[in-house]
Design a protein around this ligand. Structure first.
Ligand code: NAD
Length: 364
């Protein structure tokens, strides 16, 4: 990745939030609770919604408008939080970057890998940070689970089982691949974090159980091969009937030395290869801000220090590529190489890029 401009410590970071919908309201609460940041502007295409959300969350003197450019002109922001719908992410993130503002974007970075690569190149051309908020990377017991795995050595097989029965009124119930596109990016991204590696290939089977209330596939079974040879096996369903897992799913890591388990909530468990069926609790993780409070805290920290955040766009593109490659595999019935998905996306991004400076970064 390229280096990015840092912001001096000693005062709260001045933020503009874009998007005041469902998740936007969670962000307003999170920003309000963090003394290291100050909300100075709120943007939404729906001005009435933005005004009501600002009032409901106790923000009385905010600049409010329909675009970042308009609101930035009278609020002296340091950075932007992009909580718009995925199809608006590219436009809002690149507008902000070229105003000289670093961006913390909700996942996914964009609906396609090609658009995400264009955002990554825009961040380079603008010399600004774009970090994707993968909120499910921030749990004290996920930190503990990674430490437990570290104690056991190289992972040969990592599995995640995700079973929830959820009714979502709205877009998810009409999407073609609701589980893979809207949800699976979380465990896919966490697998990259736990394995400290990027994926090489994928084979995916996606299907819709007979009783499903989703129009598209609400269940999938996916196998990734990672660099170094580890396999990540994901099986998930959004129409589970009872005995649900946690929202993070059930994790299991197998190594030559033993097994580490995490139910996605509590303290992880660990067993050496001589302790069959007698896994014991591993130490709890450190107290950390969790979920979006965790990504906001990391965003503030790296903007002051210049460190690379875990969701830096160039790295996060690999998590999005896992989703796109899994959908391609499920559609074609073929094993798909992640490098092929990235190459095709880069060609598409170059062909579609309107800015000469961004195109130059993509070509180089
Ligand atoms: N991390 C998580 O666990 C999690 C959970 C839910 C949603 N999300 C993500 O949060 C994002 C927002 O989801 P949501 O559920 O709040 O959607 P939403 O539809 O409830 O709200 C999106 C808002 O963005 C506004 N908007 C759309 N285009 C815009 C533009 N060009 N400029 C300004 N405003 C614009 C809309 O008017 C709307 O108010 C999505 O990327 C979604 O994937 C993440």
């Amino acid at each position: 990745m390229s280096s990015f401009a840092t912001i001096e410590p000693g005062r709260p970071l001045r933020l503009i939030q874009v998007g005041a919908g469902g998740m936007g309201k969670a962000w307003l609460r999170t920003i309000k609770a963090n003394p290291d940041v100050e909300l100075v502007g709120l943007v939404d295409l729906d001005l009435e919604l933005a005004e009501a959300a600002a009032k409901d969350h106790g923000f009385d003197s905010l600049a409010i408008g329909r675009t970042v450019t308009e609101v930035a002109s009278n609020s002296r922001p340091d950075a932007v939080i992009n909580v718009t719908v995925p199809v608006a992410h590219h436009a809002v993130s690149t507008e902000s970057l070229f105003l000289g503002l670093p961006v913390l974007s909700e996942k996914p970075a964009a609906p396609t890998v090609a658009e995400a690569l264009s955002i990554a190149a825009s961040a380079e051309a603008a010399g600004q940070l774009l970090m994707v908020s993968q909120s499910r990377r921030y749990y004290r017991n996920l930190v503990a689970y990674k430490a437990a795995i570290g104690q056991l050595g190289d992972v040969a097989v990592l599995t995640n089982q995700f079973f929830k029965g959820v009714h979502f009124p709205g877009f998810r119930e009409t999407m073609d691949f609701p589980l893979l596109i809207d949800m699976a990016i979380h465990p896919f991204d966490v697998a990259r974090y736990l394995l400290d590696a990027d994926p090489v290939s994928v084979y995916a089977d996606s299907f819709n159980p007979p009783w499903s209330w989703f129009a598209g596939d609400a269940a999938a079974s996916v196998t990734f091969e990672f660099a170094g040879g580890a396999r990540f096996l994901y099986s998930g369903s959004w129409v589970a009937n009872g005995v649900e897992t946690s929202w993070n799913g059930d994790w299991r890591a197998s190594t030559a030395a033993g097994t580490a388990l995490w139910d996605g909530e509590g303290v992880p468990r660990i067993a050496s290869n001589t302790e069959n069926e007698s896994a014991h609790e591993f130490a709890a993780g450190p107290e950390i801000p969790e979920e979006i409070a965790g990504s906001l805290a990391e965003f503030v920290r790296v903007l002051r220090s210049g460190e690379e955040p875990s969701g830096e766009i160039h790295s996060n593109v690999h998590s999005l590529a896992m989703v796109e490659a899994a959908v391609l595999s499920a559609t074609t019935g073929q094993r798909v190489l992640i490098a092929d998905v990235l190459d095709a996306a880069r060609e598409k991004a170059i062909a579609g890029e309107r800015r000469a400076d961004v195109k130059q970064v993509l070509v180089s």
